[in-house]
Design a protein around this ligand. Structure first.
Ligand code: E4P
Length: 218
């Protein structure tokens, strides 16, 4: 299972990268706005900075919602760095653009996916990644993890190569549940990744080891 960090915050990206287990980064327009990055030029510089930190796929989302605009923007984003993956919304225009980029060998992440039908269209169009939004489904009392499992089953059954990228992960338990569901990737906030490390028996066990060592070497 690959780990991506879901942020545009460079400090958090560096911290996750230093752990040595980071495979990529996802961003979206809200995450970019949260870092106060304004204007096309600044956004592009920021994507390049992220690519220079992490040796892995970096999803950069288009703002255009029409096919021609998505194609223009996506081509410009893809030209920034070989690790850029063009992120496109799961709309009719977005699916057309996924197909266009697949034909050109440009990798895509089809985002804002909330149903298995949307995931089917993304895979048929040739998306590299499909992003079901786990947390946002849970927020409206639907089962986000079950959607991930359903997409994984469907892709395996039909032999689609599109990777299931569990997105909108809110906490550590979501990561473990998506792993059990067979997700290829989970894109997570830093706190959720760090949460995987936490166990009270690790802390108390280490404290005991160090205390015993200190006693024996006093
Ligand atoms: C990542 O690709 C998604 O844009 C992101 O995970 C959405 O997360 P949110 O539902 O917490 O905004």
């Amino acid at each position: 299972m690959k780990f991506f960090i879901d942020t545009a915050n460079l400090a958090q990206i560096r911290e996750a990268n230093e752990l040595g287990v980071l495979d990529g980064v996802t961003t979206n327009p809200s995450l970019m706005a949260r870092e106060n990055i304004r204007g096309e030029e600044a956004c592009r510089r920021h994507y390049v900075e992220i690519c220079n930190i992490v040796d892995g796929d970096v999803s950069a989302e288009v703002i255009a919602t029409d096919f021609d605009g998505m194609v223009r923007e996506g081509e410009e984003l893809a030209a920034l760095h070989p690790n850029i993956v063009v992120k496109l919304p799961c709309t009719a225009e977005g699916i057309r653009a996924v197909k266009y980029f697949a034909r050109k060998g440009i990798r895509t992440n089809c985002t804002l996916v909330f149903s298995v039908g949307q995931a089917l269209l993304a895979a048929k169009a040739g998306a590299t990644y499909v992003s079901p939004f786990v947390g946002r489904l849970d927020d409206i009392c639907e089962d986000g993890v079950e959607l991930v499992a359903h997409i994984v089953r469907m892709y395996r059954y039909y032999g689609f190569e599109t990777q299931v990228l569990a997105a909108s992960i809110r906490h550590t338990q979501h990561i473990v549940q998506c792993m059990d569901a067979g997700a290829d990737v989970a894109t997570c906030p830093l706190a959720a990744i760090k949460g995987l490390l936490k166990h009270p028996l690790t802390d108390s066990g280490l404290a005991q080891f160090l205390a015993d060592h200190a006693k024996a070497n006093a």
